[in-house]
Design a protein around this ligand. Structure first.
Ligand code: FES
Ligand SMILES: [Fe+2]
Length: 394
């Protein structure tokens, strides 16, 4: 009798493990790829806020440009020459040389300057022309646009401000935890979304019950669903560019709405302006940290890079499973964002979550110039700034 019992237990265990393996490694959830009518996309973009809010944006990993190298990087609707001097420091200049507009990224690095491939003018990291090989006098106007850049946690971060002002906050110390964790992996994707939709998603409490209630493990969803308990807060003063989201995700038996003991997890997200954030997933089995960067490339075109970290010794399988669940949730959101429009005055009801509070927080990242540079007039007053202006239905 005991033998049969043992066989049954082992068989059940094998089924669970095989399902788990299939979910993590075989089935996975591939992102649904939409097709886009480019002409219509231009119209859709006009309904959204401007594509380039103000803040720090990732140009990519530090490793993409070695000392003595210059490369071209496209971001924020333009192209940059990103180079690393022999001193190890990164400079970011407008890619086109101010002399006759050759592409500086096709040049080379000499010392700590970038050298243009056309007439060999040299520019330093401040964009100042440091040398012209065939003339003694360097005109004062021989200067190209240089960008504020900070390099932290293996990323090259660029400051963008539509008014051309210097950084109003720093990326230093934003992601202290990353230093305590071990780097695991990185993924990158280009999404046809406006990056504000990502931020609004955390404040859109009602969609969690409909979009994020199932797991990737086959068959599990017949028995359990995920219940979310959500909260969002906004930084003040010096931390005004930060926002904090949390989600206690519990597994609940469909049969009786009772919690599955010891299951589920806790996720927090800290937003640092519009360009990057850190996700922390805490579960019974493992903790995972995800640095997500959003780099707008053009209207409704955003590069999303995910850098994954976990405490030393965390089993790779566990990291993959937690990430698999998280990215399945993102994919479900992305499928909606890529085909939605922007409701300037949404019809909100009780239970929708603090969507307009999130919009009010986000509106600090646009100035009048953000609209003017996009070629549209700025709204007479920010459409999203006043909570009292909401169309809110009780
Ligand atoms: S175009 Fe760059 S030096 Fe002439
Ligand atoms: Fe979502």
């Amino acid at each position: 009798m005991f033998f049969y019992f043992l066989v049954a237990v082992v068989a059940a265990l094998i089924i669970v493990l095989v399902s788990f393996y299939l979910a993590v490694f075989v089935i996975g959830k591939k992102r649904k790829r939409h097709t886009f009518d480019e002409e219509y996309e231009k119209e859709r973009a006009k309904n959204y806020p401007p594509p380039y809010p103000n803040g720090w944006f990732s140009l990519g990993s530090s490793s993409m440009v070695k000392a003595g190298q210059v490369i071209e990087v496209a971001a924020l609707g333009q192209k940059f020459a990103v180079f690393r001097g022999e001193d190890g420091k990164v400079g970011v200049l407008d890619v086109y040389c101010p002399h006759l507009n050759a592409n500086l990224a096709n040049g080379c690095v000499k010392g700590n300057n970038v050298v243009c491939p056309f007439h060999a003018w040299e520019f330093d990291k401040d964009g100042k022309c440091a040398h012209i090989p065939y003339t003694d006098t360097i005109p004062r106007k021989a200067q190209t646009k240089a960008y504020h850049v900070q390099e932290n946690w293996g990323l090259i971060m660029l400051w963008h401000h539509s008014d051309g002002i210097a950084p109003t906050w720093s990326t230093e110390g934003c992601l202290k935890e990353v230093e305590e964790y071990k780097y695991h992996s990185m993924t990158s994707d280009v999404l046809r979304i406006h990056l504000q939709d990502f931020a609004e998603n955390g404040a859109d409490y009602a969609h969690f019950a409909f979009v994020h209630d199932i797991l990737t493990i086959p068959f599990a969803n017949k028995f359990v669903y995920v219940k979310h308990t959500l909260n969002i807060e906004f930084g003040e003063g010096e931390k005004g560019h930060e926002a904090y989201f949390s989600d206690q995700a519990d597994l609940v038996f469909r049969k009786n709405d009772q919690l599955v003991p010891q299951a589920g997890g806790f996720a927090t997200v800290t937003f640092f302006g519009p360009g990057f954030l850190v996700f922390k997933f805490k579960t019974r089995v493992a903790n995972v940290l995800l640095v997500k960067t959003f780099t707008p490339l053009g209207e409704l075109k955003v590069r999303m890079d995910d850098y994954v970290y976990a405490p030393k010794g965390t089993p790779g399988l566990m990291i993959k499973y937690i990430l698999g669940e998280a990215s399945a949730q993102f994919h479900d959101d992305i499928a909606i964002w890529e085909k939605k429009n922007f409701a300037t005055k949404p019809l909100l009801v009780k239970g929708d979550g603090p969507i307009m509070k999130m919009r009010a927080w986000y509106s600090q990242f646009y100035t009048e110039n953000s609209y003017l540079q996009r070629g549209t007039a700025a709204p007479a007053k920010p459409i999203m700034a006043e909570e009292e202006e909401l169309v809110e239905v009780e």
